[in-house]
Design a protein around this ligand. Structure first.
Ligand SMILES: NC(=O)c1ccc[n+]([C@@H]2O[C@H](COP(=O)([O-])OP(=O)(O)OC[C@H]3O[C@@H](n4cnc5c(N)ncnc54)[C@H](OP(=O)(O)O)[C@@H]3O)[C@@H](O)[C@H]2O)c1
Length: 275
């Protein structure tokens, strides 16, 4: 699939990763200043001038707790933007690659979630993302990729740990920290193989946030004192799934992979530069 690529939210964590990774075609990496995805007219003007063949839509309202009290903004940015983009993709024959979240599940299932599980959003942010999935999936060749706990060059997430004497980490949310570079790599593989539909992008293993921070502490030799806190104790405005483990079975089968790897391997490479 040749032709120009459009990236929305290109200054964000995932958008900036795509912006540096796409090399095989003309790239239009647009931050909010260049393309406001809540502006339907602006989307259509952009499609007319860029004529994209593929769109990586990474712009989103990602402040999960703030979304509870800023519902209109979250809905406009997360759900309505995808409706506009899907309409433009249909008209201009562009493939839409859209991103969603593990939080579309309530986390009560005792085993990993598969793509066919019925969602039950944990919070309002996830409700808007679930709505967005439906808009994207109206396009027969769209890809919707559910991801979780992203980190990357634009949001290191873990490096502050070395400067702290004490740090409190959540002990009862289970998932996996996911390197944005891995998301980009897997998304490219799905696109190259003309895949479409809903996929969970995840590693083969999982852990609690506390275990993840313990791993970082041991790896880097930090002296920080890690304290454990439960999700309930934190009293956050938005709910979070406790079991947020996403099965990668469909992903592996679709790409002919026996493994996607371990979150530990990716995090170690991100933090140390060593594979
Ligand atoms: N990060 C995670 O852990 C995580 C987990 C699950 C799913 N996801 C999903 O993955 C995707 C990428 O997330 P991310 O972490 O890369 O998000 P991010 O770093 O917050 O980036 C989102 C970008 O969208 C931009 N934006 C805000 N309003 C916009 C508008 N009206 N028009 C165009 N751009 C706008 C933001 O700009 P400003 O910062 O200037 O407002 C920001 O650069 C999203 O769909 C998100 O829901 C993320």
């Amino acid at each position: 699939m040749n032709g120009p690529c459009l990236i929305t939210g290109a200054k964000g964590l995932l958008g900036s990763e795509f912006a540096t990774a796409v090399r095989d075609r003309p790239v239009h990496a647009m931050g909010k200043d260049a393309l406001d995805v809540t502006d339907k007219e602006a989307i259509w003007r952009t499609f007319e001038s860029v004529q994209p063949r593929i769109v990586f839509h990474t712009a989103a309202y990602t402040q999960v707790d703030a979304a509870e009290s800023h519902r209109d903004n979250a809905h406009r940015l997360n759900a309505e933007s995808v409706k506009h983009l899907a309409g433009a993709c249909r008209e201009y024959n562009a493939k839409l690659v859209h991103f969603s979240t593990d939080q579309v599940f309530d986390g009560k299932k005792p085993v990993p979630y598969v793509e066919t599980d019925t969602p039950s959003p944990s919070n309002y942010y996830a409700q808007t993302k679930l709505e967005s999935e439906a808009y994207a999936l109206e396009l027969p060749d769209a890809l919707v990729l559910r991801v979780q706990w992203l980190y990357g060059a634009a949001r290191p997430r873990f490096t502050h740990l070395g400067k702290k004497t004490s740090f409190t980490a959540i002990c009862d949310q289970i998932g996996a920290p996911t390197w944005s570079r891995d998301v980009v790599r897997l998304a490219f593989q799905l696109v190259e193989r003309n895949k479409h539909g809903l996929f969970h992008l995840s590693y083969d293993d999982h852990a609690s946030w506390l275990e993840v921070f313990q791993y970082v502490k041991d790896l880097k030799g930090y002296s920080v004192n890690l304290q454990s806190v439960s999700t309930q104790e934190l009293r956050l405005p938005a709910g979070r799934p406790l079991n947020a483990v996403l099965s990668n079975l469909k992903l592996k089968e679709s790409l002919g992979l026996t493994t996607v790897g371990s979150w530990k391997t990716s995090l170690r490479e991100f933090l140390t530069g060593l594979p």
